[in-house]
Design a protein around this ligand. Structure first.
Ligand code: ATP
Ligand code: MG
Length: 204
């Protein structure tokens, strides 16, 4: 081996040793064991798919999971087709209405959102439920279909071992405050904006 590549190898080794020290130190400090609140927000693609990825993870270990989807009324989605088609400990609840810009009926949408929220609240009280997904919850809050204090309180008072994943654009500061992990999806580019239609199995 040339002295140049030996040099490169030893520089890499020392960088990795430093990295390991930092990671080990951080891991040794993360001692608290509890469920968390994850918030996926922002205008970029990937919020609901990230939530569904987490559902797959939890189900992969046999953990009981409840998915609630605000907004997407009777819409089909690939993850639901797959996961509900097998014997998983999974419940899936949707709003019994169409997209809100299709129904254009505030009272009907509000009633549907409130009925769905009751399902979510039940899950948020249930110690057997390991993971609760509140998909597109931000819209139900921003449209004032739901009472934000009630939602925040239900999330804060959930069982200690339970994790909640919230998705939706335009999350307000009070939701960010309630979350332990916040990821903002940034829309650097989206195919739809160049005239490409949403594809089944990719966009839903
Ligand atoms: P996905 O379900 O693909 O993870 P998302 O949950 O991040 O997307 P939403 O804001 O819920 O995105 O939007 C729902 C639909 O709109 C999805 O089909 C998604 O691909 C699409 N979409 C997401 N971001 C954009 C964007 N910036 N411009 C246009 N369409 C978008
Ligand atoms: Mg979404």
């Amino acid at each position: 081996m040339s002295s140049e590549s030996q040099d490169k190898k030893s520089r890499h080794k020392s960088r990795m040793q430093n990295r390991k020290k930092i990671v080990d130190e951080a891991v040794s400090k993360a001692l608290e064991e509890r469920g968390i609140v994850i918030l996926y927000t922002g205008d970029g693609k990937g919020k609901t798919t990230a939530a569904m990825g987490t559902v797959t993870r939890a189900l992969g270990f046999g953990y009981s999971t409840v998915v609630t989807q605000f907004i997407k009324g009777t819409w089909e989605c690939g993850e639901k087709n797959l996961l509900m088609g097998a014997a998983h400990p999974l419940q899936w609840h949707q709003m019994g209405t169409d997209f809100t810009w299709e129904t254009q009926d505030f009272e009907a949408d509000k009633a549907a959102a409130m009925a769905l929220w009751e399902k979510a609240r039940e899950a948020l009280r249930d110690e057997r439920v390991y993971l609760v997904v509140l998909d597109e919850l931000t819209y139900a809050l921003n449209y004032r279909w739901l009472d934000k204090e009630e939602v925040v309180q239900a999330i804060q008072q959930r069982p200690r071992e339970q994790t909640v994943v919230i998705t939706g654009r335009g999350a307000k500061q009070y939701l960010k405050d309630v979350a332990d992990t916040v990821s903002e999806m940034c829309a650097e580019k989206h195919a739809f904006n160049t005239g490409i239609a949403a594809r089944r199995g990719i966009e839903w």
